[in-house]
Design a protein around this ligand. Structure first.
Ligand SMILES: Cc1cc2nc3c(=O)[nH]c(=O)nc-3n(C[C@H](O)[C@H](O)[C@H](O)COP(=O)(O)O)c2cc1C
Length: 197
């Protein structure tokens, strides 16, 4: 199994990085081939809305350091995205990646039956680090992005939202959140069945 881990925080040792490490380490321990990238270190543009990917090209025509990452999304079995909550949403780094994933949708995605260029059967995990301690704040982020991830063909989704982690390293001091991330990895890799709710 190939697991692609993308960090959306500018903090290399921050809370979403801690969640993503717990996830990636668990995936590796289960025998997965894990690739890790920090989006903040990559030189790439946001989507330019050129619509080439809906007219003349099967891939995003922007050629930059996100090009191999988008290719790796096509190639992976599991995609793990980690982000801090910024102003009630994803970080700009991760949102720019999500916008460029528009190139993975077919030209007829809005009305047609085949919406995605991705092969079926991939799983995704969105791992969020939220500073605010009230779990009832920002509950919309995961379901909002789940809709778009389903369009992209990710029918299996195993998200985690760690709340009340503010300063870098706070998630590391909260084993509960690290275990939640590791559990999401086990579920995404099919090593553990989620409990019925
Ligand atoms: C620009 C900015 C915006 C933020 N907005 C929110 C927010 O809307 N809600 C919240 O709970 N925390 C917010 N925070 C706090 C971060 O979510 C929190 O510090 C988180 O742990 C950062 O994750 P990281 O260590 O992975 O970067 C914000 C922090 C920054 C720097």
């Amino acid at each position: 199994m190939k697991v692609l881990c993308l960090l959306g925080s500018p903090r290399p040792r921050g809370n979403s990085a801690a969640l993503l490490s717990a996830y990636a380490d668990q995936a590796q321990a289960l025998g997965a081939e894990v690739a890790r990238h920090s989006l903040n270190d990559l030189d790439f543009k946001p989507c330019q809305a050129c619509f080439a990917c809906k007219t003349t090209s099967e891939v995003c025509v922007l050629k930059d350091e996100l090009t191999p990452i988008l290719a790796a999304v096509r190639d992976c079995d599991v995609l793990a995205l980690a982000s801090p909550v910024y102003f009630g949403d994803l970080s700009a780094q991760l949102k720019a990646f999500v916008d460029r994933s528009f190139s993975l949708l077919t030209p007829d995605y809005a009305r047609g039956e085949k919406k995605t260029r991705l092969a079926p059967g991939k799983a995704i995990s969105l791992l969020l680090a939220q500073g605010h301690p009230n779990a009832e704040r920002f509950t919309d982020i995961i379901p909002r992005y789940a809709y778009f991830f389903r369009l992209l063909g990710f029918t299996s989704q195993f998200p985690v939202r760690a709340v009340g982690v503010y300063a870098p390293g706070e998630a590391l001091g909260t084993p509960h959140w690290l275990e939640a991330a590791a559990q999401a990895a086990r579920q995404a890799l099919g090593a553990e069945t989620p409990a019925l709710t």
